[in-house]
Design a protein. Structure first.
Length: 488
RNA sequence: GACCUGGUAGCUCAGUAGGUUAGAGCAUUACACUUUUAAUGUAAGGGUCCUGGGUUCGACUCCCAGUCAGGUUACCA
């Protein structure tokens, strides 16, 4: 234990000896939050507030400190003769302690809105010193708690001392709230489907495997909830969505966390054109709600949500950036193309993965402005309906902003015989060594055999969307507790 | 996965071209101070220099291995 921690424990014991409870059980009445008090400043208004002591300036018989609550900061002014327990304030309170104070609001000689404290109670004694982040009158910040690893491991500390971190999570919440409101207005129903699944399906990814003791069977943590939501559509709901935590057993970097959030939405009797219109409306709504603007500046780029988003077929996109027309190519010629462009082309990769790779490598990062990439080849879209006109392609789109894929959507395949055939093709890929290929989900096939209305579905990467809208470059910054290796 | 960089006090960082007792600022402790603003002044305490091994008379410093992290790159949403 550090010297400072020992001293705080000694103080805690002294407080106990005086007969004061350091962790009282009773609720503490709060009359207002700091932000409201400051915004609606009324001289000598009495208030009751609570929060954390962030700074202490003791000066003989008068002391100042700074109290932080969820909304803001306020300076506290304490005078010895106005308060019964001044010695406790002076000797036994620390930065980090959570206290409740009652007093009146006034302005100091230099005009800082402060509370003149008449009564002070300890609500929670803090036993560890906080990092000391200080700022001067010009607002310049010194000694920021900046060690990225420590900030993420001690996120609670990060939230206490770094105000901008709190802002990011408020924004995240508002984005999700906006989406939920938007979908509810479309008369969609929010549902919940299993995270523990017997068969991992709905996407191409390596799952986490766990074990159910009393059933004595392995279970997978879901990599997607698509197949379950479609079962719900079979059941007769016509518009459903779920904010799903998905799990994929892959590496961790600044755009990947093993668990992440995807919004999946399915609407019966609609197709992917309809879904593109909805996606466009949804994004415009979110931008207006968050920034009150349909243009967002990211670094030196301005991303505009004002115009209609372009819809570009994937083969045209590849042709535009490589000069190669892949339409109608067989797997071998495609493999040659990839080889010539120095792209990965090992034997486990089927035609779908080759095209996916080609696009990701050569095209994806070119789409800075919101763009729909549409009509993907059938081999890379095992759950997607065949295109109504274009042979070998599907009715699918991926949506890009700032060079990142934000959403993936299609007219859902509802032909059970065709779906089984596609699953079997996936099985073939698995046998060739693709550990991300899909399993055959016979219960899902059975559901389709009962009849699923035609429908459009979409998965929106919530974390990526939040990263974009909060202008952060790492997923760890927009997750409260990102995954990292354990440390003692 | 590959490559590069880093790990020193509660926090932010210096530092030793191998050599008595490892430094600073904030924070902490003591004293002073009744409107301070990164409060101030005086004094004091606080370290497994990431872990293990090696070289050396001597390692926080050099070498090797490990570990954790950051960055670049590859793959995946």
């Amino acid at each position: 234990m550090s010297e400072q921690e020992i001293i705080r424990r000694i103080k805690l014991n002294k407080i106990k000896e005086i007969g004061i409870e350091s962790y009282p059980a009773a609720s503490y009445h709060i009359s207002s939050c700091v932000k409201k008090l400051v915004e609606n400043y009324k001289e000598y208004a009495i208030a009751n507030i609570a929060g954390r002591i962030m700074r202490i300036r003791i000066m003989g018989n008068a002391s100042f400190s700074v109290l932080q609550d969820h909304s803001s900061f306020i300076q506290l002014y304490v005078r010895s003769e106005k308060i019964s327990n001044y010695n406790i304030v002076k000797k036994l309170l620390d930065i980090g302690d959570i206290i409740g104070v009652k007093g009146f609001i006034f302005k100091t000689s230099i005009g800082e809105i402060s509370m003149h404290v008449k009564n002070i109670v300890i609500l929670s004694k803090s036993l560890r010193p906080l990092p000391q982040v200080k700022s001067d009158r010009q607002g310049k910040i010194y000694d920021v708690f900046s060690d990225i690893d420590l900030r993420h491991r001690l996120r609670y500390v990060d939230l206490i001392v770094n105000e901008s971190v709190k802002t990011v999570f408020c924004l995240r919440s508002r984005i999700i709230e906006t989406i939920r409101e938007f979908l509810n207005k479309l008369h969609c129903l929010e549902v919940e489907t299993p995270i523990l699944q017997n068969i991992s399906g709905g996407a191409s990814a390596l799952p986490f495997i766990t074990f159910h003791k009393s059933l004595n069977i392995p279970l997978y943590l879901r990599i997607a909830n698509e197949l379950y939501l479609k079962r719900v559509i079979v059941g007769g709901f016509e518009g459903i969505y779920e904010f799903a935590r998905d799990f994929r057993n892959e590496g961790i970097d600044r755009t990947h966390n093993p668990e992440f959030t995807i919004l999946e939405l399915y609407v019966a009797y609609k197709d992917y054109y309809w879904m593109m219109d909805i996606m466009e409306k949804l994004l415009k709504t979110i931008c207006m709600k968050i920034y009150n603007n349909t243009e967002i500046k990211i670094g030196n780029k301005t991303i505009s949500f004002t115009q209609t988003f372009p819809r570009i077929p994937i083969d045209k996109s590849i042709e535009a950036y490589t000069g190669i027309n892949i339409s109608g190519m067989d797997e071998d010629s495609l493999r040659k193309v990839c080889k010539n462009l120095h792209l990965k082309d090992d034997k486990t990769m089927g035609k779908g993965k080759l095209i996916d790779n080609l696009f990701s490598d050569k095209c994806e990062n070119k789409y800075i402005q919101p763009t729909f990439i549409i009509d993907h080849p059938i081999e890379m879209s095992p759950l997607t309906k065949k295109h109504r006109k274009k042979r070998g392609l599907t009715e699918r789109f991926e949506f890009f902003i700032n060079g990142n894929e934000i959403a993936n959507s299609y007219s859902e395949l509802n032909d059970p015989i065709e779906q089984l055939k596609r699953f079997k093709e996936q099985l073939q890929l698995a046998e060739n060594g693709d550990d991300e290929a899909m399993f055959i989900d016979y219960d899902f096939i059975r559901a389709l055999e009962f009849g699923m209305p035609p429908n459009a579905g979409i998965g929106i990467g919530i974390d990526r969307l939040v990263m974009f809208l909060t202008k952060t470059t790492s997923i760890q910054e927009i997750l409260l507790f990102p995954q990292s290796k354990t440390k003692a």
